[in-house]
Design a protein around this ligand. Structure first.
Ligand code: RP5
Length: 169
């Protein structure tokens, strides 16, 4: 089975955040690979990995890192595949350092940056990209989104049952 998504992280200390992306891709039946690579601590390996991933069938990268988070930017500089960045909260700056590192990319080298610790949304966005060319993935994604709608409708129905003396409906 060829991987469609590559999930990478700067350290396995990022795994508690990044595993939410892996779990969502599992749920959607999307094959992925997952590795720890560091832009600063394994620069050559990171560069080589990004160049070879496309040959293995990868279509989208999800790259998570904390602190001076260069990993998604380095991947984006090395490949023309889309890169989604997940800023990981962990330093004294609470992840703001990682957000700014990912957002402030130079013209021509974008990183689609999600919220701090937003690995789930990174996987949803990657799935939306893949759904453009795969009706099976598009169907599973539509089911997932319908589930979100039902969840809120059910929550609203439960809320309606709560009595307050000044509630008007
Ligand atoms: C970053 O430094 C990693 O992505 C991680 O968020 C942070 C700390 O790494 P470790 O010291 O836990 O390996 O490069």
């Amino acid at each position: 089975m060829k991987p469609l998504v590559s999930i990478i992280m700067g350290s396995t200390s990022d795994l508690p955040v990044m595993e939410k992306a892996a779990q969502f891709l599992d749920e959607m039946g999307i094959p992925f690979e997952i590795h720890a690579l560091s832009a600063h601590r394994t620069p050559q390996r990171t560069h080589d990995y990004a160049r070879l991933a496309e040959e293995r069938g990868v279509k989208v990268f999800i790259a998570g890192a904390g602190m001076a988070a260069a990993l998604p930017g380095v991947i984006a500089a090395t490949t023309t595949l889309p890169v989604i960045g997940v800023p990981v909260k962990g330093s004294a700056l609470e992840g703001v350092d990682a957000v700014l590192s990912m957002l402030q990319m130079p013209p021509g080298i974008p990183v689609a940056t999600v919220a701090i610790n937003g690995a789930l949304n990174a996987a949803v966005l990657a799935t939306q990209m893949l759904a453009l060319g795969d009706p099976g993935i598009a169907r599973r994604l539509a089911d997932y989104k319908a589930g979100l709608t039902q969840k809120i409708e059910k929550a609203d129905a439960e809320l309606a049952k709560i009595e307050y003396s000044h509630k008007t409906n």
